[in-house]
Design a binder for this molecule. Structure first.
Ligand code: SAM
Length: 281
């Protein structure tokens, strides 16, 4: 194999040169590959879709974690659904106020691959005393748990196969049930230029269930073909309006370095281009 072609869209595809195949096989649920590319470093691929690369993971993991975690006044408990590579877990644990992160990942095989091949990404997060890793279906977990969370982060695959249930009204309703007062739900919601209906569906569910359903945008090179949307749902409308001075104070107090997130980028991310506003409105 000298080139990997991603199969996610019917009429557009991205190709990444493969310098080395570090792993190729089947987990209990998915086809998995770990590839290396000269520019991106190691790449995790599940069912022929790029999940994360060492080269650009910082954009996605920082913005999925820090926008809600700095918007919430004092986040203590976090739930991650999916996130098997551990990159999001590592970012969430950087917040001093966070006392526990429960991570519900369907596929133990992905976690094993992450521990072996992506230590640069998860840097021992799986072993942190605040981490509670559960191998299981995220939809089943939120339907059954009596735990409550200040922030729920859905770091799922796209709505095909095992990830499909994580874009349903029922799943979002169960997430709402599991949120504390002023809790925030944020979701991986694809590239609206090509996956408009996925975003429109999630936001319409949010608006039926919460006081506020919106989205913010980031640009991740290997989530190809335009901006990526992260869905935002909460009953506390003030959280999206947190002023820049407060964000700057919280960011300064947290005292960790970033490569993408900043309070200014946080605020600007909610300024949606018209074509995306039209999709969600
Ligand atoms: N950053 C990637 C993206 O934006 O597409 C997602 C990365 S992460 C590897 C996605 C994870 O979601 C995978 O490890 C997959 O096993 C997990 N997943 C898929 N369906 C799930 C479900 N129903 N419950 C829990 N985890 C699930």
């Amino acid at each position: 194999m000298d080139w990997f072609t991603e199969i996610l869209h019917t009429d557009l595809a991205q190709r990444l040169r493969v310098d080395k195949v570090l792993y190729e096989g089947q987990t209990e649920f998915q086809d998995a590959k770990v590839l290396s590319n000269g520019r991106l470093g190691k790449i995790l691929v599940l069912d022929n879709v790029v999940q994360t690369t060492l080269g650009d993971e910082f954009v996605y993991h920082e913005m999925l974690a820090h926008v809600p975690l700095f918007s919430h006044p004092h986040p203590k408990t976090v739930l991650i659904i999916g996130g098997g590579d551990g990159g999001l877990l590592e970012e969430a644990l950087k917040h001093p106020s966070v006392e526990k992160v429960t991570m519900v990942e369907l596929d133990g095989g992905v976690v094993e691959l992450a521990k072996e091949h992506f230590v640069e990404l998860n840097q021992g997060a799986f072993d942190d005393h605040r981490t509670n890793l559960i191998i299981g279906d995220g939809a089943k977990f939120v339907a059954e748990t009596d735990e409550r969370f200040d922030v729920i982060l859905v770091d799922s695959t796209d709505p095909h196969g095992p990830g499909e249930v994580l874009f349903s009204r029922g799943f979002y309703a169960d997430c709402k049930r599991c949120l504390t007062e002023s809790g925030i739900l944020v979701t991986q919601n694809g590239v609206p230029f090509l996956q408009a209906s996925e975003l429109a569906g999630s936001i319409s569910h949010f608006r039926a269930l919460f006081n506020e359903g919106s989205a913010y945008v980031i640009t991740v090179p290997t989530y190809a073909f335009g901006m990526m949307a992260l869905g935002w749902a909460t009953d506390d409308k003030s959280l999206r309006q947190v002023d820049i001075a407060t964000l700057e104070d919280r960011f300064k107090k947290a005292a960790f370095a970033t490569n993408y997130y900043s309070p200014e980028v946080h605020k600007a991310a909610f300024a949606l281009p018209m074509y995306i506003k039209r999709i969600i409105d």
